[in-house]
Design a protein around this ligand. Structure first.
Ligand code: TYC
Length: 151
């Protein structure tokens, strides 16, 4: 079994290719696109390079996914003195898929505390939910306010 030197790490830039050998002979990833990953190169320490030798480099390529989760956004419902409770319950059932009991509970939380999180979504979905709440309220001429903030 071959012994291997400590991995020499090299960062492969997104979409890039990089030759690794100091003499320009070894070239990994040619024709390969590596996104968001690290590559480690393992060279065999017993190799000796004589002039004219073809340099053979054993490459062990490890890739590690470095994906990041997209940020999530809280959708907040705000209290006011004029929007009817039944309307808020209706909005929560219709747009946030809450049961009647859940919707009453959350509406009362907003009523008592001034604000409550009614859902957590990706940016695009959160934006859509806020716009839908505001549009329903506007159509009924209620001053209900809904906002979003990064989690
Ligand atoms: N405070 C309102 C009332 O007493 C009810 C209400 C609850 C309004 C929640 C807005 O987000 C709200 N009619």
């Amino acid at each position: 079994m071959a012994q291997y030197a400590e991995p020499r790490s090299t960062f492969v830039q997104p979409f890039g290719r990089r030759g690794l050998s100091s003499r320009g002979k070894a070239f990994i990833f040619s024709g390969t696109t590596i996104r968001n990953s690290f590559a480690s190169v393992v060279t065999n320490p017993h190799m000796t390079n004589r002039p004219g030798d073809r340099e053979e480099v054993e490459l062990g390529v490890k890739t590690r996914p470095r994906t990041q989760r997209p940020p999530m956004y809280k959708v907040l419902l705000l209290n006011d003195d004029f929007t009817p409770m039944e309307f808020v319950v209706h909005v929560l059932e219709r747009l946030f898929n809450m049961s009647h009991a859940q919707a009453i509970e959350i509406m009362l939380t907003v009523h008592r505390k001034g604000v409550a999180v009614v859902g957590v979504f990706s940016h695009e979905i959160a934006e859509t939910k806020v716009a839908q709440v505001m549009e329903l309220a506007r159509r009924q001429q209620h001053p209900l306010q809904c906002t979003m903030e990064k989690e």
